[in-house]
Write a protein that binds this ligand. Sequence first.
Ligand SMILES: [Zn+2]
Length: 209
Amino acid sequence: MKQILISLFAFIFSLLGWSQSSSHQRVAITLDDGPSGVLTEQFLALFAQYDVKVTFFQIGQKSVEQTGLCKQILEQGHEIGNHSWSHQRLTELDRSSVRREIEAFQSFCIDSLAYRPVFFRAPFLKQNAYIDSVIKNNQLATVKADIYARDAMAHLSHEVIIENLNKSIPDGSVILCHERQHTLEALKMLIPIWKEQNYEFVTIKKIIE
Ligand SMILES: [Zn+2]
């Protein structure tokens, strides 16, 4: 039944004008706001099934309570990016709080995971010149996005997410998703279709190589 549904979706999308690309295209899925326990594990299982590598932009407060899961993410070839310690609007914080939000995340990863994140995404994508300077001082690079799942709200149907991602995805695109149940359901439908269209899913580091 699932296979039939996937084929049906592939057919509908091809009618809607998705690029039925025969060439090899590299795309980076990014998943924000985790880790989220069992849900993260379900994303990892899906990615392992289809050999998809992604970048998790994690929150420090959640990561520190789930060190084992963070290690699992790295062991499976995914990347962890800095999404701040507690996901506040950094543009509304004083300078020392901004530094703490960014640097506490780096310290946690270095000390507990023996891993130094090299990419940063600001909460709510809000950044200013001072934040830019802290990023630079910590040898981080800001990652924005080209394609948005618009999936951050708690209760959405996965059909809405599929519709939001129903577009031609150019080579080198960064797709912004969140760790949500509806996003997992949408990606379960979309990844097999994308794979059939010859998309390769890689980390940010790979995409900028
Ligand atoms: Zn976020």
